[in-house]
Structure formats: structure tokens, C-alpha cells
Write a protein that binds this ligand. Sequence first.
Ligand code: A2P
Length: 344
Amino acid sequence: KSYSVAILGATGAVGTELISLLEERHFPVAQLRLLASPRSAGTTMTFAGENIPVEPASERSFDNIDIVLASAGGSTSKAYATKAVAAGAVFIDNSSAFRMHPDVPLVIPEVNPQAAATHKGIIANPNCTTILMNVAVYPLHQVSPVKRIVAATYQSASGAGARAMEEVKAQAQAILAGNTPTTEIFPYPLAFNLFPHNTPLNDRGYCEEEMKMVNETRKIFAEPQLQITATCVRVPVLRAHSEAINLEFEQSLSVAEAREILSQAPGVRVVEDFAANYFPMPIDASGRDEVLVGRIRQDISHPRGLELWLCGDQIRKGAALNAVQIAELLVAKDLLQPSEVAVV
Ligand code: A2P
């Protein structure tokens, strides 16, 4: 059996990756519809050796579509999700629009595949930093419950889209040429700089990105009381995100046990060579499917604490790959038809 798939936001950083992943992973595509804004009308993109026109998204774009993979921002998802579901499609959404909605499962296939079975037409793909952290932390949490997570992120430009990646390159060129860099997408120059994540702050001084890590992890782990705090920072890296994670367990978990668990964990690759001081780096994680984890060590400030460091391709596992894995899960478990439809 094969399926009609639409990519909403096909021309973006994540959309482009979605197209290659469908091809690379031999997803059973009967028909592929590429949707973007009216700006992209008239362009074509290649899938499986075929040139496919990019169409401006409209309410009629979802007729006869089985699966929508959406990555065109929250307002575009809000505009089309209900219409796509009414037309009979499952809407797998990369935006944050529906992630915390009680009728929308928030799914990482390696962590909570069972949640996908409860969908009512819309399934949300978690935030990129949340996905990367959860893929590494959940296998440990299953063996030895985690009490508290303290995360610091080093997030690449790709999280703000394809144009943001170009902006950083242009800023670097400007600086190297002795000119003042200009900014359009980011509020400050990112090249040769870094700044705390530029999402809106709440009244306690936490930015949206940090609160996504807190709230989404609680929902994915089904642990509403889990203690989590995060500091999210943008760094001048193009594609992969890095994270320093401190974990406090209820019972102590040894470094050796944690390393053993992570070396068996799905979607994780342990990369560490203490002798050579070689650990995960964003350039090594870029273009790869696994979350690279290393520097697993005892927290010297806490007997039940562990430290770890990870890098993951935010466009792949942090976004496009996770969405395609959700589609694969729906197909494998025959979950495309919802029992009822969510009202969002
Ligand atoms: P377009 O290229 O036509 O602007 P990124 O996250 O890399 O910036 O990509 C955003 C994606 O979302 C692009 O494919 C973009 O299309 C698409 N997009 C933005 N606004 C809309 C809209 N109103 N309707 C459909 N697609 C949109």
C-alpha cells in the first residue's frame, strides 16, 4: 500500500529535508504534493528523480491526501490543520501550535510511540531541543527515574529556518571583510557571537524555548511533576544543536550503567574518547540520524547526579526525521484513521 503525502512548507529548511527523507527511507509515497507560500509558486523541487511543482497552499490542497507533514510555522498550521483533517488526512505538525493541546499527542517514536495511537487527526512533533534531550534522557529514566533535569543548550541557526542560516553566513562574510554585519531574522548578529534564545520571556524570565523543554518533556514522559530547568542559547553553528544536561536521579545510577543503557538505546550513539578528549560535536552530528551522546560522568557536586553532553541534527532528528518516523509508525501500526476528530 502507498500513500498520498503533502509537505506544507516544502521549500523551507525542514521541508527540504522532509523530501529527502521520504526518498532515502523509501516511504511508500503514491503521490507527493509540495505546498509553500505564494512566493514559491512556479518553482519545482525534485523527488525520486521527478520534478514536482511547488503549489501555493490553499484549503483545497489536502483533498485526497493521507498524510500532511507540516513545517511552515504555527500560524500556517493553525490555518490548515482542521481543514486537512476534515479532508481525511492525518496532520503531523512541526510547529508549536498544538503541542500542548490535550487532544494532540506529542510523539517521539523512540520514547512514547504508544501516544500516537490516541491521535484524533493531529499529531505534534516536539520542539527540537526537547526531542534531542528526551531521546538521550528517557532510556535512563526508564531504568532509574530522573528527579530533576538541568539543561543548557547551544542552538544552531537552523532552528530559525533556512533564511537564518543564510543570514549567519552573510554576517560572517561581512565581518571577515571588515564590514558591520546586518540582521534581519535574528535580533543581533550571531556570527562570532551568541545570545540567549530570542523567544518571548515570561514573567519569571524564562523564554518560550526554555518553557517548551519543560512543558513538552513533562507531557512526553507523562510526568507532570518532573523538575526541569533550562537555559537556551543561540550559537553561530549552522545545523546541529548541542546540549549540556545535568540529571539528578532518585536512586544513584553509575556512569558505567548509564553508558551501557545509552549504548543500547534507540536513536542514540555514544561518542566518547576521554583519552583523546573527543566527544560529540555539531559538525559530526550534522546530516546524521542519531543523537550523539558523550562525556557521561559523575556529577562531583551530587551523589545521585550525572552529567552528559549531546549533539543532534536539529533539522533531521530535531524536526524532519522525527516527523517521518511518526508517519512510518502510523503506517506500520495501521493508525492513519482516527476514531474521532480533535477540535482545536
Ligand atoms: P516559502 O518558501 O514560499 O516562503 P523556514 O522555516 O526554513 O523559514 O521555511 C518556512 C516554510 O514555510 C517555507 O517553505 C515557506 O514557503 C513556508 N510558508 C511560510 N508561510 C507560508 C504560508 N502562509 N503558507 C504556506 N507556506 C508558508
